[in-house]
Design a protein around this ligand. Structure first.
Ligand code: NAD
Length: 487
């Protein structure tokens, strides 16, 4: 399979078929083609790291750790700033990779770049935060100090739907706080989630050995989690894989941060601005083809306004141009692969067979699944119970606030939600009753910010959060020291 027409940066001759571990090097055994979902054509060829590659990279990252931890704050801050400069300089190529490798519209590429930059900027602040506390000594005149130290080698495992952002939200704080890292991007997006990240930090001057990029599948991921040099794992992906990661990390007594799936509700009260709510609903369910953990998987709408809301949602769904996102004006690209398309199709078809009604979409042309609106959705149907990860908006009417809260909380997931009302205090009161790690008033469900603790309740994670000061907790550990008679 010949690879042609890939974006011009970074120079493919340097990294094709390679992994990044103290520079680009041949993977021990295998390479893999990356397929552009919109065309089905090969876009790149990357090295696939074997467990032996992981072992070697882990040992090198452990060797590099003391020296990196001993760098000054200003050295690490400068590194982060230069990585941001590199991302800005290569912005157009990075966007093209995201569009072509993950099938997102250019706006999705821009969003990931902006969010990645925000992570680097926020990490600058983390690096220079006071590291600890002066404690009251137990003996008069003694010294008692507690401060945060790096964990050592951090393992970062990411999924394909926002691969640059997921890498940056873990690596920027982890490196800023003095850790070294192994990054294992998803095999579907190893360039935007791995090769580009390696190149950005290499251009920024990150010393060899501090960051290793090891594309691979579940076996490579398991090797990262199990590696004896890896002290902590930051994982973004499905709840099913998260459980496996937690089991292996538990065996090694490692800290693990799990950012997993969601079945998120957008609740629309009867006094809401229905058009604005429907726009937020459309963005939350159809943006990047609904392939987001924070996508709206349930539109829970008061019976008095459900008709108007559904009508507006259908209008918006029907107006979204579907096609190759490299073509101008396209809003909805392909879903990531046939497995994902078939899964969406199954969920919609089974729900329709059980009595749901398709008001928009419900069909696909290969990987191009039309934005879909379903009503008459019952709580037993797959469209209600399962995370869809596709451009599908199931609408469920309610008659009281209690019922709305009950419908939204009727899931083991607990990632995010949105509540729409003409009264912010009223929406806030409903929001407080939702069992989710994040909730937004009169807004989309799909939000993130570098300074916010991102994460979910229930099976959306393990009560860990990433972002803001949560990242300070995540990527360091406390050390306590006492000394007699110093002060
Ligand atoms: P997945 O769970 O199959 O894979 C994710 C990553 O984990 C990949 O890199 C994969 O190779 C690796 N992996 C798989 N099994 C592993 C194992 N046993 N040990 C170590 N690594 C392993 O991902 P998916 O199902 O394609 O991703 C979509 C899911 O991710 C959805 O459920 C979505 O909601 C969730 N997600 C969550 C967040 C969040 O921040 N909460 C963000 C994006 C996606």
């Amino acid at each position: 399979m010949a690879v042609t027409g890939a974006p011009a940066w970074p120079n493919a001759a340097e990294w094709t078929g390679m992994i990044y571990s103290e520079g680009w090097r041949n993977a021990e055994s295998r390479t893999r083609h990356v397929i552009e979902p919109a065309t089905g054509e090969p876009l790149a060829e990357v090295g696939m790291a074997s467990p032996a590659d992981v072992e070697r990279a882990g040992a090198r990252a452990a060797r590099a750790a003391p020296e990196w931890a001993a760098t000054t704050v200003s050295e690490r801050v400068e590194l982060l700033i230069r990585a941001g400069d590199a991302l800005r300089e290569h912005r157009a190529h990075v966007r093209e990779w995201i569009v072509r490798e993950s099938g997102g519209a250019p706006a999705k590429g821009e969003y990931e770049i902006a969010a990645g930059l925000a992570q680097l900027q926020h990490a600058v602040g983390l690096a220079s935060r006071p590291p600890g506390e002066v404690l009251t000594p137990q003996v008069p005149g003694g010294t008692s100090l507690a401060w945060r130290v790096p964990l050592g080698v951090v393992g970062v495992i990411t999924t394909w739907n926002a691969p640059l952002l997921f890498a940056m939200r873990a690596l920027a704080p982890a490196l800023a706080l003095g850790n070294t890292a192994l990054l294992k991007p998803d095999p579907l997006t190893p360039v935007s989630g791995g090769v580009l990240v390696a190149e950005l930090f290499r251009e920024a001057g990150l010393p060899d050995g501090v960051l290793h990029v090891l594309p691979g599948g579940a076996q490579t991921g398991r090797a990262v989690v199990a590696d004896r040099h890896v002290a902590m794992v930051s994982f973004t992906g499905s709840t099913e894989a998260g459980r496996q990661v937690a089991r292996v990390a538990g065996e090694g007594l490692k800290r693990v941060s799990l950012e997993l799936g969601g079945k998120n509700s957008i609740i629309v009260l009867e006094d809401a601005d229905v058009e604005a709510a429907a726009t937020a609903g459309a963005v939350s369910s159809f943006g990047y083809q609904g392939q987001a953990c924070v996508a709206a998987g349930r539109h829970v709408v008061h019976a008095d306004v459900v008709e108007a809301y559904t009508e507006a949602l259908v209008r918006q769904a029907d107006a979204l141009p579907t096609g190759d996102p490299s073509d101008e004006g396209v809003a909805i690209g392909p879903v990531i692969n046939e497995q994902q398309a078939a899964r969406i199709e199954r969920i919609v078809d089974e729900s329709v067979a059980a009595g749901a009604r398709v008001l928009a979409g419900g069909t696909r042309d290969g990987l191009f699944y039309r934005p879909t609106v379903l009503d008459r959705v019952e709580r037993t149907m797959p469209a209600f119970t399962e995370e869809i990860f596709g451009p599908v908006a199931p609408v469920i009417p309610f008659h009281s606030e209690d019922e709305a809260v009950e419908v939204a909380n009727d899931t083991a997931y607990g990632l995010t939600a949105a509540v729409h009302s003409g009264s912010v205090p009223r929406a806030t009161a409903v929001a407080r009753r939702l069992r989710t790690g994040m909730v937004h008033i009169n807004d989309v469900s799909a939000k993130d910010a570098a300074n916010a603790p991102f994460g979910g309740m229930g099976i959306s994670g393990n009560a860990s959060r990433i972002g803001g000061t949560a990242s300070l907790e995540l990527f360091t550990q406390w050390r306590w020291m006492t000394a007699p008679g110093v002060s």
